[in-house]
Design a protein around this ligand. Structure first.
Ligand code: BTN
Length: 236
């Protein structure tokens, strides 16, 4: 069971940046930085993360005893926690789908973003959830909890998320990444789903086949089976 200690800010540059600063000062495992808005919210691949008031922005300092190669596991744990939390607030007919590596989708729109970063001696798990505000200016479909008929507040979403995260961290500690991988696979797009993976200026098209034991994406292309450890994945 992880005990979370939440520090709330009205406005901040980026909760991930503040979590890095606090980690350097020795803040313990479970410290949570939550802000109502971010002025320089960051996404994956050096993108901006639009962060107006109305959505959830938080970062958690984790100090797991983990070799760096296994840091990716945290992103899948977070995606499961976000999906569970969101589903407690959505109408019964609306469900989440997971897309590699850490995306959570509802009605085919991205409803959450997860950014795991390593600092000297801690992992920073940054999570954004679209509660009320749909970010504009992005090249993919987006959803919000309220827009999908959900009943949600930012604080309620935070509470549901931290509860779910604590549970999934327990599962991971008890049963290992195999249990996380298996839960992720049952909630991900089905095997055979056409995917387009962009890595820098290269694009690979194929069909979703599996997730490797270390979290890598396995796809079947016309040229054979390919393994992806990084990249942007969209539905083809
Ligand atoms: C993505 O590109 O999908 C990841 C987005 C992660 C956004 C969250 S919001 C809270 C935390 N602080 C940041 O600056 N980024 C993450």
């Amino acid at each position: 069971m992880t005990a979370f200690d939440v520090r709330h800010y009205d406005s901040i540059d980026s909760t991930n940046d503040e979590a890095v600063r606090l980690a350097h000062e020795g803040a313990p495992h479970g410290t949570v930085v939550h802000a109502d808005e971010q002025t320089v919210g960051r996404g994956r691949l050096s993108r901006r993360w639009s962060s107006p008031p109305g959505n959830l922005y938080l970062s958690i300092i984790l100090r797991p005893d983990l070799p760096a190669a296994r840091n990716v596991e945290i992103g899948f744990i977070a995606a499961l926690a976000v999906a569970d939390a969101i589903e407690t607030m959505l109408p019964r007919q609306e469900r989440t789908t997971l897309k590699w590596p850490n995306d959570v989708l509802v009605r085919n729109g991205k409803i959450s973003g997860i950014l795991v970063e390593q600092t000297d001696d801690a992992l920073i798990l940054g999570i954004g959830v679209n509660v009320l505000e749909a970010p504009g200016g992005v090249s993919y479909n987006v959803s919000t909890i309220v827009g999908c008929g959900g009943l949600a507040t930012v604080d309620g979403t935070r509470s549901a998320l931290l509860t779910a995260l604590s549970s999934w961290l327990d599962v991971w500690q008890r049963d290992g990444f195999a249990a996380i991988r298996s839960a992720w696979l049952t909630r991900a797009h089905p095997v055979g789903t056409p995917l387009r993976i962009t890595i820098g200026d290269r694009t690979i098209e194929g069909r979703f086949a599996d997730m490797r034991d270390d979290g890598a994406l396995i796809i079947d292309t016309d040229e054979g089976r390919r393994i992806c450890t990084a990249g942007d994945v969209g539905f083809a």
